[in-house]
Design a protein around this ligand. Structure first.
Ligand code: ADP
Ligand code: MG
Length: 624
């Protein structure tokens, strides 16, 4: 068979153009990508070997990843004895981009700004990274399952060639002809340095000449005391392609009744795809050092999907399919243990003394992943509520930027406060502007400020904490004692006004009633005790879901001069003036809680009011 020429898929070519033409500060990562592909291929063939005894033999012993350099010819070879590829697989894997992350990568790369090598790692566009340093790439490969070999080559300029080619052993040999400005990658010292930085803790040996230049140990199988922070962090960075060290490491072995080793990490920052439905999640699952699953999502609940690392079991049978692995009681039992251990370690992190400078690590954790613990509480409050509650943190009205636990909030409750109060809002700013807070401010009662989208669901699960009820300040009728000093102030009589307003507003409000919530504002909208809140309504609307409009009541501040005057106007029979003002009062209340469905109508009514006021003032000149 002679060589065939193929064009790259448009996306791949865009990617290649980025690799070839831009100048990047850190091109070293291409080697990490090739080495990790080789390790994947080795993991796969080891797994395959469990059920197939007729594999094409490996070319070397021990199996591993070999680097060869020729400084004069400016070439670098990365070779492995892994599963290899057939011709069709080479076309499929190296000519198209099957990964969902790649489109997102391209978009981000074009926006500019981002550090490209970092993005490459995060988005897994690995193989093509070699075009950052190579003017020509030749891939020779043979699949472990037999058949002829393949030779794939490209200059990254829009096309690649493939043909059948002889290859005695299984595995893949990738030869890079380096660009002139990348000659350093054919030097031993450079390769040693890069491997030390990026791939030191790979469990497969990386050989350069006769020397193994990485540790090639499964560090999760070592005793935790044998592993330094440095080693563990390097292992984490290699495995996750994260450029930062992890925030938390959880390393332990269990011996009875099951036997397994665990090395898990909590990253410092949210991965870009945390809320992406097809994002890969779950730690790597090994069975006696054999990689069974790259992302074992059944090992952790969805709300712990940010946790990375390795679980290596001695009990999982090796020759079962991955679908079956998910269902074994072994996995279920490991999962329960992992969750409990992780929550315990997070508790320890939370209890750590504050650092001399900088943010408390638990605050860092909470900002990145707190919303997921609330998701966890929503789903598992019956089984894990007691463990999760102490881990929750909240912003409050009085605490500024600080985060408080429910325990701290309760300890700070003044005498007379018997409820944990909260307010949900789209942002802290919106929350602080809410008239609902007025009476609470005056009483000195702090209020939890909840601004995560998940909070509307979370509060449905959190109805009380040790018999102390948890309530929204914007819901239901509220009985707050009145200040004695205020009793003398003039009050509007609502007996006539309220029914009239109710009729005027029609279906827009459920009831009109006096309020004990307000000190400064004339009126506020209050959610019904049950039913959808204004904030929830907004979230559902944004998600394009049909929502019945929330049933809300308008509460009036009977001591507010505007309401007092409105009652007087109404009693005097000044219908038109009273109506303009009444409508604007409802407008203002809706604008404040972000639920106004017709802001242009507000403009019209405001203009009407301004005209009346201007006329009035024009006709009654001020006293000289
Ligand atoms: P990823 O590793 O995230 O799948 P890459 O771009 O690094 O993406 O690699 C693309 C695909 O090419 C791999 O998924 C694999 O199927 C194939 N591949 C790359 N390198 C090798 C190799 N050394 N041996 C076998 N297959 C490989
Ligand atoms: Mg890869």
């Amino acid at each position: 068979m002679s060589a065939q020429q193929h064009g790259f898929k448009a996306e791949v070519q865009q990617l290649l153009d980025l690799m070839i033409h831009a100048v990047y500060s850190n091109r070293d990562v291409f080697l990490r990508e090739l080495v990790s592909n080789a390790a994947d291929a080795l993991d796969k063939v080891r797994f395959l070997g469990l059920t197939h005894d007729d594999l094409v033999p490996a070319g070397h012993d021990p199996a591993g990843i070999r680097l060869e350099i020729d400084a004069e010819a400016r070439t670098l070879v990365v070779e492995d004895d892994g599963v290899g590829m057939t011709l069709d697989e080479a076309v499929e894997n190296l000519g198209t981009i099957a990964h969902s992350g790649t489109k997102a990568f391209l978009a981000r790369a074009k926006e500019g700004g981002g550090d490209l090598p970092k993005l490459i790692g995060q988005f897994g566009v690995g193989f093509y990274a070699c075009f950052m340093v190579a003017e020509q790439v030749v891939v020779e490969s043979r699949s472990a399952s037999g058949g002829p070999g393949v030779r794939w080559s490209s200059k990254g300029d829009g096309t690649y060639e493939v043909e059948e080619a002889d290859k005695e052993h299984r595995g893949t040999r990738i030869t890079l002809t380096l660009r002139e400005d990348a000659a350093e990658y054919a030097e031993e010292a450079t390769l040693r340095r890069i491997v030390r930085e990026h791939s030191a803790y790979l469990a497969w040996p990386i050989l350069l000449g006769d020397a193994t230049i990485n540790t090639a140990r499964a560090i999760w199988a070592l005793q935790p005391s044998e592993v330094t922070d440095e080693e563990a962090n390097a292992f984490y960075r290699m495995q996750t392609f994260d450029f930062e060290d992890p925030l938390l490491r959880v390393h332990f072995h269990v011996d009875t009744p099951l036997q397994y080793s665990v090395l898990l990490f909590v990253p410092r920052a949210r991965p870009f795809d945390l809320y992406h439905p097809d994002a890969a999640k779950g730690p790597r699952l090994y069975a006696r050092r054999v990689l069974i699953e790259e992302h074992a999502s059944s090992l952790l609940p969805d709300w712990l999907r940010f946790v990375r690392g390795v679980v290596d079991s001695e009990d999982i049978p090796l020759n079962v399919s991955r679908e079956m692995v998910q269902k074994t009681p072994i996995v279920r039992s490991i999962r329960d243990a992992l969750v409990k251990r992780l929550l315990k370690e997070l508790g320890r992190l939370a209890d750590q003394d504050a650092p001399e400078e900088g943010e408390h690590p638990y605050t860092t954790f909470w900002k990145a992943f707190g919303a997921l613990l609330k998701e966890g509480y929503f789903h598992e409050r019956t089984s894990l509520g007691d463990r999760l509650l102490p881990l929750l943190r909240f912003g409050t009205v009085q605490q500024g930027d600080a985060l408080v636990s429910l325990d701290a909030y309760r300890k700070a409750m003044p005498l007379g406060q018997d409820t944990i109060w909260y307010l949900t809002a789209p942002s802290r700013e919106a929350a602080l502007a809410s008239p609902h807070l007025e009476a609470f401010r005056k009483k000195g009662w702090d209020v939890l400020v909840l601004t995560d989208p998940v909070d509307e669901w979370f509060v449905q699960a959190l109805t009380e904490v040790d018999d102390v009820p948890v309530k929204a300040i914007s819901r239901g009728e509220l009985e707050l004692d009145e200040d004695e000093a205020d009793e003398a102030a003039p009050k509007a009589d609502l007996s006539e006004l309220a029914p009239w307003l109710q009729e005027l507003y029609g279906g827009a409000v459920h009831a009109v009633r006096p309020s004990s919530r307000l000190t400064d504002s004339p009126a506020v909208l209050v959610d019904a005790e049950d039913g959808v809140s204004a904030h929830m309504e907004r979230i559902l609307r944004q998600a394009n879901q049909e929502v019945p409009a929330a049933k809300r009541s308008l509460e009036l501040n009977v001591k507010h001069p505007l309401i007092v005057d409105l009652a007087t106007l109404h009693a005097r029979g000044a219908g038109a003036e009273a109506e303009t003002i009444a409508r604007l009062i409802l407008d203002e209340a809706k604008l404040l809680d972000g639920s106004h469905e017709d802001p242009t109508g507000v403009g019209r009514r405001l203009q009407d009011l301004l005209q009346r006021a201007a006329r009035q003032w024009a006709e009654t000149p001020p006293p000289a």
